[in-house]
Ligand binder design. Structure first.
Ligand SMILES: Cc1ncc(COP(=O)(O)O)c(C=O)c1O
Length: 310
């Protein structure tokens, strides 16, 4: 199946969706985006797009930060996204990438007096990290950018140079993923994932005030932990040494799903194997995102039904 894009208000093959070299966003990182997964359920013959509306709500919030005014309402974008996935007709897991950007062909760093562009593309996308055996991580020598520099709750393209530096440093040192600390030395998150620890049967994850991107998967896992396992999550500052004394540790993110962390800086987390609570949460999470749990089916938008334009 050929990849398709929604670009300048039209559906087209992805190779026809092109931007000019002077595009403001290309020059200055003045764009914001989302990463959304469409999860292929072969038994149902269906792609379930996970928490589509929540992703677009976050995109609209990011647009506010960048002063990008889109000529679409949220419901229209939900429709175009479902329609794009339907046209791609993949029978495999899919990644959907909407981008809102400063499209003016103009030199000059600023946010004001610039035109807005919007596009979506979709591409097949399998696992990002090793969800079965777990990831080996290092604590990055790069600190996470803080909200006094760029508002980190917004998913802004330019911020991702910070993540790219950390990810490649981890890769070059032989690890799978990086863990950022904040400027204050608190545990923050991965290059594209939030982080959780389990200690004595309690879950904890860094709070938004510790400069995380407030992840939709993070919120999903907190909800499942509470509703299905009766476990509250403490949103609190986590110190780096707590990573070494945790019983279990895992990362959450649209790309990474729920990935166990089995080692940090060559030290085993717990027994160095995927932990029991991590495994339980993973099982729940995968049932939900593949549309196998009716209780949470409202989080899944089926792509292969005729979408209705609202
Ligand atoms: C820096 C960063 N943190 C956390 C996340 C996890 O967010 P979500 O669960 O909404 O995908 C992402 C991925 O979007 C990310 O890029």
């Amino acid at each position: 199946m050929s990849p398709m894009a929604f670009f300048n208000g039209k559906f087209m093959p992805v190779e026809h969706a092109r931007i000019g070299v002077m595009t403001h966003a290309f020059n200055y990182g003045t764009a914001c985006f989302e990463g959304i997964r469409g999860n292929w359920n072969a038994e149902h013959g269906q792609i379930y797009i996970f928490r589509l509306r929540e992703h677009y709500q976050r995109l609209f919030d990011s647009c506010e930060v960048l002063q990008i005014e889109l000529p679409y309402k949220i419901d229209e974008l939900l429709y175009y996204t479902v329609e794009l996935v339907r046209r791609c007709a993949y029978k495999e897991d899919t990644y959907i990438r909407p981008i809102a950007y400063k499209s003016s062909q103009r030199v000059g760093v600023r946010l004001h007096d610039l035109e807005a562009g919007f596009l979506i593309f979709a591409t097949p996308f399998g696992p990002y990290l090793d969800i079965e055996n777990g990831a080996r991580c290092c604590i990055s020598s790069w600190r996470r950018i803080d909200s006094g520099m760029i508002p980190v709750r917004a998913k802004i393209s330019g911020i991702y140079v910070n993540s790219a530096l950390a990810k490649t440093e981890a890769h070059d040192k032989g690890y799978d993923e990086a863990i950022f600390l904040t400027h204050d030395g608190h545990v923050c998150e991965g290059s594209g994932e939030n982080i959780f620890i389990v200690k004595d049967g309690r879950l904890a994850t860094p709070p938004p005030a510790d400069d995380i991107l407030v992840g939709i998967t993070r919120e999903t896992v907190m909800t499942l932990a509470k509703q299905e396992l009766g476990m509250d999550t403490d949103e609190r500052t986590i110190l780096p040494e707590e990573l070494f004394t945790a019983d279990e540790c895992f990362m959450t993110g649209t790309a990474a799903h729920l990935t166990p962390i089995i080692e940090i800086d060559d030290r085993k987390v717990g027994h160095g194997r995927v932990g029991q609570i991590t495994k339980q949460l993973q099982g729940l999470y995968f049932d939900v995102i593949f549309g196998r749990n009716q209780k949470y089916i409202d989080w899944c938008t089926p792509a292969y039904v005729l979408a209705r334009k609202r």
